[in-house]
Each structure stands twice: as structure tokens, then as C-alpha cells.
Design a protein around this ligand. Sequence first.
Ligand code: AMP
Length: 390
Amino acid sequence: MIEQVKGTQNIFENDADKFLYIRNKFFSVFNNSGYSYVQTPHLEYSELFEKSIGQNSEIVTKQMYQFKDKGGRSLVLRPEGTSSIVRYHSQYQKDITNQYSYFGQMFRYENPQKNRYREFTQGGIEIIGNIDTFSDFQIINDSIKFLTELELKFTLEINTIGSIKDRENYTKELYKYFKLNENELSDESKEKLEINTLRILDSNNQEDIPIINKAPVITAYVNEESLNKYGLLKTILLKNNIPFKENTSLVRGLDYYNDLTFEFVGEDGLVLGGGGRYDRLAEILNIGTFNGVGVAFGIERIMNTITAKNTNPKIYIIGLNLEKITSYCHLLDKNGIDYYKPPRLSKINTQFKNAKNFNVKYVVNTDEDTIKDLENNISIDFNIEVLIDN
Ligand code: AMP
């Protein structure tokens, strides 16, 4: 037997319903709020992510699906969306400020477990160009619209990490502190100490928590202008009754962030999505001087959190007479009615069993010109009005 690749998923049945439900909400919320959908390739040159996410980040050092193609080019299956959208912006939209949405698969070589896969789906939005605090507000506000439409419970956590220089200074201090306490850190965090000190702050390992709690806090290293921008955003959030929690250890793992970082944390501590400001990313990539802010949601994590919404048809058509069943299909189509039908004209009992498996309310028997109401267990003569009103 050929096995499925570790960490990948087949999304089907109940999960497929949820997936499509979330995707539809994603597009209805964001495309109706002015974001234009952009689909970038799954394949990018390795250089894009090595430069953007950073040579020392966990994604680049350990998690990229990287290979040489037959022409000897070094390629990567994209691990995230922002860098590609920024590349797209510089190629085609460099001179304007624009709002984008994207939705698709990302690839990271992680330890597979529930809510953490090697191939997973992210839906994200970005505002790129010449941006300001209103842009930060929009990304947060529109994200909340999306999560609220999905009836999710979550906490918005925010932080400022200042400029890239501030972060470098902070990282040096943090390194000194963790080095002094190295013996008390978990093995996992010890490994991060030399190349990815900041990431230790994200650890959920109980061994690390007491050390992290006493670690220097980034806010003390953040420049005044960044603190002012952060203060302004907090005021605007408060004025608009958007609850948030400040989390000074929210630094996120990608090198390109500056100033604002934020995450939407679900009830059980699961991070449903996160983002931030990336004003230097275009410069780091040497493709322009424009700024950006964005968020990415983990679609499988949302799938695993929401309860399924049944928006499936309530009608199933059965019959053995080809002419009759096709003319009934035509009639229902003309009236804009959604319904299931058997894949072929199998035995009538089999068709009826199938109908029951789909949990429909009505079975239209086209041979007998009747409608069976399964909920009330009655049969009536066919009447299209009954189906229109369902
Ligand atoms: P990140 O780009 O790491 O900030 O990821 C943004 C969001 O994508 C996270 O908040 C998660 O919801 C989701 N995510 C990241 N990595 C994975 C993964 N390996 N499997 C499933 N979802 C993920």
C-alpha cells in the first residue's frame, strides 16, 4: 500500500463542510471589506524566505521543504504567505498602497500533531504600501469581523517589539540573562539559545515558565516613536470597545516584524492567527521601501474549534425511470432548489438508504410522484411549493 505523507491531511465529510464554510466566510468578509484576492505560487526561490523570515529563524533552519529542481534552481514550497505577497506587490503594484487577501496551503517540516501539520492552510490579509495606524486598526478590526462571523471565542493579544535595532539590543540582553540561567532551561530552549534567543519566550514548557517570567521585558528597549504609535493604537482600540490583552513576550518568530505584533488566542490557548507590522521587509529583500501590516489565520485550527454548520441540502431525489428523474432534476434546477441525487440509477432501496445517510428531510420519489417527509414520516403527492418553502 502506498501510504499518505506524514503530516498531510485529507479533508473530507464533516471537515470538508467546515473547511468550505470557513473559506466562504473568509472571502465574504474580506473581499467585501476591500481586500483583493491574490494567488501566488506554492513554489518560490529559497532566497525569498532566507532573506525575509531570516537565516536563523526556525522556519528557515529546520522547517523548509527545500530542493533543487531539474534545472538546478534552489526552490522552496512556501512556508508562509506574506513574503510572496510582498514580492508580488513589488513586481506589479509598487507605486500604490493596496489591500490583499490570500488563501492556500503552506508547508513546514514540523513535528506533526493535532493542530500542527506539515501541509496546512492559511488565510491571510495584508495592507502594503504607505501605511499608518489606521491600517493596523483595519487589519485587527477586520480580523475580528471574520472570527466573530464564525462565532469563535478568542482573546486579542498585542505587543510592540519596536524597531529592528531595538530588538537586536533587547536580544543581546535576553541572551545574557538566559545564558546565566541556562541550566534551568528545557533542552528545547537550550537549543534555541545561540541562534534564536527570542523564540524561547514562546515556550510552553513548564520548566521554562519561571525563567521566562523573570526575563527582561522588551518594552524597556523600545524607542519612543514606536511606543507612541503603540499608545495610539491602544487608545483607538479602547475607544472602539475592542478588548485586548497586552503580552510583552509576544515577539513572534519571523525576523521581518517591527513595532506591532498580535495574536488571536482561542479559548484553550490555541493560537488561531497572528500577524504584525513589517515596515523593513521590502528593504531587507531589496525590492523597494514600502511598508506593510498583515495577519494569517490557521484554517485547520479554526476547523478544529468551530462546530459544524449544516448548510447541506434537505432534499434527495430518487427513481429508476431515467426520463422522469431527469425532468424532475430540471424542474428543481429551474426553481433554484438545492438537492442531492444518486450517482447512478441503482436499486431504489439503495437510493433510499443513501438519502437517509445524508440526513435529508424530504425524499422525492420521481417514479411515484411523491414527497416523503422523513421527519414527520408522511408521504404526500409531489408539490414543488413544499420544496420551495423548506
Ligand atoms: P505563523 O505564520 O507561524 O504566525 O502562523 C500563523 C497561523 O497559522 C498560526 O497562528 C496557526 O494558526 C497557523 N499555523 C502555523 N503553523 C501551522 C502548522 N504547522 N499547522 C497548522 N497550523 C499552523
